[in-house]
Design a protein around this ligand. Structure first.
Ligand code: ASP
Length: 415
C-alpha cells in the first residue's frame, strides 16, 4: 500500500487505512464486551453516513458536469461517455449471470425450509417496490429540484450529463457556467475529504453495533449462501484483472496493489458513495488515470455500476426460489438478468442500498417478499464485501477506459 498523502489521513493524523483497521478491531472488541451499548454506538456510524449523504448529491452533479466539460471536444466526451456506459453495463450483466450460475452450482437454498410467516407481514413494503415500467419512467426527472432533494441518483446522472453536453455545445458562452461549476466541484471534494477522515470513528460504531446485536448463529444456516457469494466475488475480482490485461493492455498487478486502502474504506463503510472521493483521489494520483476520465467515469460508476450488488441480487433470487420451492424456468432467468442488472444500476451506494431493489427482483419472478427478512441478519456482512467489489469495478473500468484513450500515465501506474 502506498504511503499516506495529505488527503488520505484519518482524524487522528495517521494513514486513513491504519485508522480504519484500528476502528474495525476496536469495534469488534466493543461489540463483544459492551453489547448493551450497541445501538448507541451505531449512532456514530449513522452520523457519518448522514454527512456523506449531505454532500454526495451535489458532488455527483458537480463532478459529472466538470468531468464532461473538461473532456476536450464534444467528440471525446461522447466517446468516453459511450465507452463508460457500455463497459459498466457489460460488467453488471456479467456479474448477474455469474451470480445466477454460481447459485445453481452451490445450491445455497436447498435443504433450508423457512416459514415465511416468522418474518412478519412484508406485504406493506411491497407497495414501495418499483415495477419495471416505473423504473424506466423514473429515470427521467419531471422536477429538477425535487430530484436533488429526494436523492434520485440516476435522474441526477441524466441531468448532469445533459447539462455538461449543453455547456460544451455553448462554446465560449458556456465558459462562465463551466468555471463556476468546476469551482463548486472543488469545494464539495474538499468537504468529502474532510468528512472521510471521520471514517475510523464511523467504522468503530458500525462494527460494534453489528457484533453486539447480530450473533453469528444466522451465518450457520446461511453458510452456503455466504460461501457462494464470496466465491462469486473472488471470481469477479479475477475477471477485473483479466479485463485490465486484455482491454487495458497493462499488467493488473499495480492496480490490485494500489487499490488496498480504497477497498478497505469501502469494506468498512459499506458505502460506495462514502468511498467515492477517496477512490477518485487514489485512481488519479496512484494509478495515474487522467483527471478528466476520473471525474467523469468514477461518479458515473458509483451511480450505475455495482457489480457486487449485481452478483448478490442474482444469487439471492435463486436462493429464495430454492428455499420456497419455486422452480425457475428459462424465461424467469431472463427476467432475473434484466431486473438484477437494473437493480444494481438503481441501488443507492449506501449501506443496504440494494434491499429495496431486492423487492423488485423477487417480485419480478413471483417470489415472496418475506424472503428479505431472512437476509437482514447477514446483510451487513455481505454488504461490506459487495461494496468492495462495487468500488473495485468502478476503478477497473475507469482505468481501462483511460488506457484505451491513451491518457493513462504509465510511469505513475507502474511506479
Ligand atoms: N452498500 C452498497 C454500496 O454502497 C450498495 C448495496 O449493495 O446495498 O455500494
Amino acid at each position: 500500500m502506498a504511503a499516506a498523502s495529505g488527503s488520505d489521513r484519518g482524524i487522528f493524523g495517521f494513514a486513513l487505512w491504519k485508522e480504519v483497521l484500528a476502528g474495525l478491531f476496536l469495534g469488534v472488541l466493543a461489540g463483544l464486551f459492551f453489547k448493551d451499548y450497541a445501538e448507541s454506538m451505531k449512532v456514530l456510524g449513522k452520523i457519518f453516513i448522514n454527512l456523506i449523504k449531505m454532500v454526495v448529491t451535489p458532488l455527483i452533479f458537480l463532478a459529472l458536469v466538470s468531468g464532461i466539460t473538461s473532456l476536450s471536444g464534444a467528440g471525446s466526451a461522447a466517446r468516453v461517455g459511450m465507452k463508460g456506459v457500455v463497459a459498466y453495463s457489460c460488467t453488471s450483466l456479467f456479474a448477474v449471470v455469474l451470480g445466477l450460475v454460481m447459485a445453481n452450482i452451490f445450491n445455497p437454498g436447498i435443504g433450508i425450509s423457512i416459514d415465511p410467516a416468522i418474518f412478519g407481514d412484508a406485504s406493506a413494503s411491497s407497495q414501495n417496490v418499483p415495477s419495471l415500467g416505473a423504473f424506466f419512467m423514473s429515470l427521467v426527472p419531471t422536477n429538477a429540484v425535487r430530484m436533488f432533494t429526494e436523492d434520485h441518483y440516476l435522474q441526477i446522472v441524466l441531468f448532469s450529463v445533459f447539462t455538461g453536453i449543453v455547456i460544451n455545445m455553448l462554446g465560449p458562452k458556456g465558459h462562465h457556467a463551466r468555471d463556476v461549476l468546476q469551482g463548486f466541484s472543488a469545494v464539495t471534494f474538499k468537504m468529502i475529504e474532510l468528512i472521510v477522515r471521520l471514517a475510523p470513528i464511523a467504522v468503530f460504531g458500525f462494527i460494534a453495533w453489528m457484533v453486539g446485536t447480530q450473533g453469528m448463529d444466522i451465518i450457520h444456516t446461511l453458510i452456503w449462501l455466504v460461501v457462494c457469494f464470496l466465491a462469486a466475488c473472488a471470481l469477479q475480482m479475477a475477471v477485473f484483472g483479466v479485463l485490465i490485461a486484455v482491454f487495458g493492455r497493462i499488467s493488473p498487478m499495480p492496480f490490485f496493489k494500489k487499490m488496498g486502502s480504497t477497498q478497505l474504506l469501502a469494506f468498512s463503510t459499506s458505502s460506495s458513495k462514502a468511498t467515492l472521493a477517496t477512490a477518485m483521489n487514489n485512481v488519479e494520483t496512484k494509478l495515474g488515470v487522467s483527471e478528466q476520465t476520473v471525474k467523469f467515469m468514477m461518479p458515473l460508476g458509483a451511480s450505475m455500476n455495482m457489480d457486487g450488488t449485481a452478483i448478490y441480487l442474482g444469487i439471492c433470487a435463486v436462493f429464495f426460489a430454492q428455499v420456497f420451492g419455486v422452480h425457475l424456468e428459462l424465461h424467469d432467468y431472463l427476467i432475473l438478468v434484466l431486473t438484477c442488472t437494473l437493480g444494481s444500476i438503481g441501488a443507492a451506494g449506501i449501506p443496504s442500498g440494494s434491499i429495496i431493489f431486492m423487492g423488485m427482483v423477487l417480485n419480478s419472478v413471483g417470489l415472496p417478499l418475506e424472503g428479505i427478512g431472512i437476509l437482514l441478519g447477514i446483510d451487513r456482512l455481505l454488504d461490506m464485501v459487495r461494496t468492495t467489489i462495487n468500488i473495485t469495478g468502478d476503478a477497473a473500468i475507469t482505468l481501462i477506459v483511460d488506457a484505451s484513450e491513451g491518457t493513462l500515465d504509465h510511469a505513475t501506474y507502474n511506479a
